[in-house]
Design a protein around this ligand. Sequence first.
Ligand code: NAI
Length: 477
Amino acid sequence: MAFDYKVADLSLAEFGRKEIRLAEHEMPGLMATRAEFGDSKPLTGAKIMGSLHMTVQTAVLIETLVALGAEVRWVSCNIFSTQDHAAAAVVVGPNGTPDNPQGVPVFAWKGETLEEYWWCTEQALNWPGGAPNMILDDGGDATMLVHKGAEYEKAGAVPDPSTADSDEFRVVLELLNRNFAEDPQKWTRIAPHIKGVTEETTTGVHRLYEMHRDGALLFPAINVNDSVTKSKFDNKYGCRHSLVDGINRATDVLIGGKVAVILGYGDVGKGCAESLRGQGARVIVTEIDPICALQAAMDGYQVATLEDVVETADIFVTTTGNFNIIMADHMARMKHQAIVGNIGHFDNEIDMAGLAATPGVEKIEIKPQVHEWRFADGHSIIVLSEGRLLNLGNATGHPSFVMSNSFTNQTIAQIELFTKPGEYPVGVYVLPKHLDEKVARMHLDALGVRLTELTKEQAAYIGVDVAGPYKPDTYRY
Ligand code: NAI
């Protein structure tokens, strides 16, 4: 049956399928979930709109959701993060051909413009003959579009792009403005169909808690990020792998001996600092939180302010999920050919607009997602992925094994919200600890881990069940 989609090139599907096949072996949690639920198909009737980096690992997630009975439409949650061969393979499907695609509608390609990005997001939410009833989000853009659209429609207010405070939001308001003119009930019609959203990342989770606090959240949400087997693994070990991968593919500069500054020492910052230290860099951390600053110091890093080191360091990576971290003025003061990148979710950690507006500055493309910015005095810096998350823009993001942990949480969260709507009134939830422990357990055999079993007496002594959960919710790992 013909279906709509837009990807770069379907002839890449065979390569994508080969990498998906290798990834499946490295994603034991997702494959075990297929084995457990493949017959009962708990997601039958689920129409899942997904907005999450369209990579090989995400392809295995998408095909797991389909194996569990769901219908799916997908977009990437970043303009640079799509792997075109993975997108092609998902559209073609395991049994289709490029001439006769039989897979899942995907709207994503590497190097979208902002207009194309939001067009893709809207296409995936435009469900043929109806509406999606679930969202799987990463960073909250799909959730935001539905909420903003419904908010304007309920207020009867025409979205006005000239009120936008950023380029990106201007594009969103232009889209909503067009929607409002063509179909002023579009988003108020879609929103009530949505049973819930499962959110992947720290930044998206912040947005959800804010909306819930303000009474604006329209449907329940599961915060997948704060499953221990997500944020303490993907954010940390994933970035430990993919940060250095991104810097290497972008620049191939020798990292050993260089001075690297990691801005922010949360889960992502911890993985990034270790990644660069592993290469022999001398790592300096900046923090605003005394607890994280003390952790960094005790982990053996110098903790300084950006002002202290901006003129002497070689590599700068923002990991804060905050904004205005490295400003144009900082970049102008950096050493010749200092490397600047961001691994946080949004591109506003680095002041790219201010950099572009610096008098006399020149932008030279070395290759896609690697730019030299030459200042009027002749010295230059190298900016990766135009300030967007460099591990997905310059490399291929986190590897399969760690994403299997994240995506098994995603799949379980989708099943929870879709099959037990009565148990989740509008609000933001984390998965219960026994499911978190289940996700970890699914990944032990592949690593040859031999777990010690509690005796009944030991379990009673520490006040837990032999089968878990083993820790109270307050435990921080
Ligand atoms: P987190 O909240 O654990 O860590 C952020 C840290 O930055 C905190 O310790 C905070 O105190 C610090 N911080 C805030 N403002 C700062 C400032 N002005 N200067 C220095 N430090 C500051 O968050 P997490 O989980 O580490 O995530 C960080 C960002 O990375 C988020 O945007 C998240 O969505 C994103 N992320 C990206 C991934 C990727 O693959 N690129 C993977 C996982 C998360």
